[in-house]
Design a protein around this ligand. Structure first.
Ligand SMILES: Nc1ncnc2c1ncn2[C@@H]1O[C@H](COP(=O)(O)OP(=O)(O)OP(=O)(O)O)[C@@H](O)[C@H]1O
Length: 437
């Protein structure tokens, strides 16, 4: 029996129609004086040097907003995201406050149930979209009944415009669809805080824009979304609420998108007309305008916007946002109400994952599916065993029916032990780091 996977049905929605599902709680994340240093070995001097990647950055990410962490290559964007998400906190110092609860940046827990979508899609290429989703749902949503999990999976697929690809193998998805599936997998447990590392890398401009529109829609529901974005187009830039720009480990600008150009003006940097402000910011951060980053950052801090934004006033309420979307109202209402129903029914805040035994069973089943569908690997394994059997046969040739040759017995025992131990161990040793990723 397939755990968590049964049947198939589709609810169709076009790609860019996003229903802003409400998260279960809102998350306000603030960080103060975050630094990160690593020790690097300098071969020419034969000694360890300390490299400072982040030099005491501050900032705050609010619910209902999509924040883009921008900056030139090597500025420290991924490092900051890793620390904030609690994914990799080695060498980090500083304070991270989530909804008023302060934790040390070097701690990897206490980030309000944050989910992190890394740059490389960690999808199982031999599973279909529906299988990936339903197996993930079976792992993450232990308290849900089978039909409820199924409903939630279809709801997420429809939400992210993946209904039409539910039977497609993950390896056959386009780059944009893979990113959307990665988001859908994380949305199953309704996270309030979502980090994405370079979600648009490798996508064409239209897929990138539609992905950013989707993230912006999810943020509108009250989530806190933070994504590193290299160089957004003007269209993508319009959909971002807040910009956090890093340059050589320092925060250059942190604030609403619409205040970026006036703030740079204050620092004496005029964005040329018809120039994408995002490109201009990157040029400034790369040092193309000659001024020291610290002095620009200091000047920018002098800028006081006329209307300090209050997200609670400005974030559109769910009904007004959904009115602006051209989607089937009946379907939208049905999905919203099912989402609310689950949120009310299950837990105060956290969906409970499956128990150890159930997880083992689900993962075994997933492994079985992947192994049997990976024909070439399967055939290589069969061929390897045939070749090894021939070698053994040859080595054992002439030993006779009494097995009286000491060397023959030794070769047989030693060889069969190696085969049994290593063929079993190697697959685990190789796949463990991949599965952990
Ligand atoms: N473990 C480490 N050891 C040594 N240097 C590191 C380590 N991790 C990051 N760095 C260095 O820190 C700097 C910032 O890295 P990071 O990956 O955060 O940059 P980024 O802004 O995300 O760059 P990109 O946009 O190219 O991905 C880089 O110069 C990188 O080489």
């Amino acid at each position: 029996m397939t755990p968590g996977v049964k049947g198939n049905q589709c609810m169709e929605l076009s790609n860019n129609n996003v229903i802003p599902l409400l998260p279960r709680a809102t998350v306000h994340l603030e960080f103060k004086d975050v630094t990160c240093s690593v020790n690097t070995f300098d071969i020419s001097k034969f000694r360890f040097d300390k490299k400072t990647i982040l030099k005491g950055v501050n900032g705050c990410f609010k619910p209902g907003e999509l924040t883009a962490i921008m900056g030139p290559s090597g500025a420290g964007k991924t490092t900051l995201l890793n620390i904030l998400a609690g994914y990799s906190t080695k060498g980090a110092k500083g304070e991270i406050t989530v909804n008023g609860v302060c934790t040390c940046a070097s701690q990897s827990t206490g980030r309000g149930g944050a989910r992190y979508i890394r740059q490389n899609d960690d999808l199982r290429v031999h599973l279909t979209v529906y299988e990936s989703m339903s197996l993930a749902a079976a792992l993450k949503l232990a308290d849900f009944k089978f039909h409820e999990r199924k409903e939630k999976v279809y709801e997420m697929l429809a939400l992210l415009g993946l209904s039409g690809t539910s039977r497609t193998l993950c390896r056959d998805l386009s780059g944009g669809q893979k990113r959307r599936l990665a988001v859908a997998l994380e949305l199953l447990s309704d996270p309030s805080l979502l980090f994405l590392d370079e979600p648009t890398t490798g996508l064409d401009s239209s897929s990138s824009t539609s992905l950013i529109a989707l993230l912006s829609g999810l943020a509108r529901g009250g989530r806190t979304l933070v994504a590193t974005i290299h160089q957004p187009s003007a269209l993508m830039f319009e959909k971002i609420d807040t910009i956090y720009c890093l340059a050589a480990g320092n925060a250059l600008y942190s604030g609403p998108r619409e205040d970026l150009v006036p703030a740079l003006n204050i620092a004496g940097l005029r964005c040329p007309p018809y120039h994408n402000p995002a490109d201009f910011l990157m040029e400034v951060a790369s040092g193309e305008y000659g001024t020291a980053i610290e002095s620009i950052a200091n000047s920018i801090q002098q800028y006081k916007p006329e209307s300090a934004r209050n997200w609670e006033e400005n974030v559109p309420v769910i009904s007004s946002f959904s009115r602006s979307l051209s989607i089937d109202t009946e379907l939208k209402d049905k999905q919203l109400s099912s989402n609310m129903k689950y949120q009310k029914k299950y837990s105060k805040n956290i969906y409970r994952p499956s128990g150890y035994l159930k997880q083992t069973w689900i993962l075994l089943y997933r492994n079985y599916l992947m192994t049997t569908r990976n024909y070439s690997l399967f055939m290589y394994r069969v061929a390897a065993h045939v070749v090894i059997a021939l070698i053994f046969g040859y080595l054992y040739l002439g030993v006779g029916s009494e097995a009286s040759s000491v060397l023959g017995n030794y070769v047989y025992l030693y060889g069969s032990m190696l085969l049994v131990v290593y063929t079993g161990k190697m697959s685990v040793t190789l796949s463990f780091p991949l599965e952990m990723a």
